[in-house]
Design a protein. Structure first.
Length: 158
């Protein structure tokens, strides 16, 4: 089993511009990846995206790359809520969009697990196994949201 990298891919029957909106605009991100409330996002390299994951905490993700409508990436310090993600405390999450026969091919990659140094009590929650299962579900949520399906929050407020 790969220990450092997760890759998930899905074809979404929607134009690339629509999928781009869903993965980069705060009102959409909050639905498929947050508590249902709009996410604050400064969509520029070096910008910050703030996601509330309910009882798991609030995460300050650092935007790395923005190349509309093809590539979007950010750093996620999943073991450290309320701490800005840096190369030293986080994994890199990359979204790549390409034209596909049915609309858009979306690839999500999260890497950097081998270099993470996290507190013992957080290891299971931020493990590659946990995130791997999470991305499997999240890409399905992105697809459903791109089609306008009503979704319950990924992490309800408690």
């Amino acid at each position: 089993m790969e220990t450092d990298r997760i890759e998930r891919e899905i074809e979404i029957d929607a134009p690339q511009e629509r999928v781009w909106e869903v993965i980069t605009e705060g009102e959409h991100i909050g639905v498929w990846f947050g508590n249902g409330e709009p996410v604050k996002v400064d969509l520029n390299p070096g910008g910050v995206m703030i996601i509330d994951h309910g009882h798991h905490g609030t995460y300050l993700m650092s935007i790395v790359d923005v190349d509309a409508p093809r590539r979007f990436s950010f750093r996620w310090a999943a073991a450290y809520h309320d701490v800005l993600a840096t190369p030293e405390n986080s994994t890199l999450v990359e979204f790549t969009l390409e034209p596909a026969a049915s609309g858009t091919r979306l690839r999500v990659t999260e890497s950097g697990f081998d270099a993470l140094n996290v507190p013992e009590e957080m290891r299971e929650r931020v493990s590659i196994e946990n995130h791997s299962a999470g991305w499997t579900e999240v890409i399905k949520r992105i697809d459903r949201h791109a089609h306008g399906e009503e979704l319950s929050p990924l992490v309800p407020c408690e």
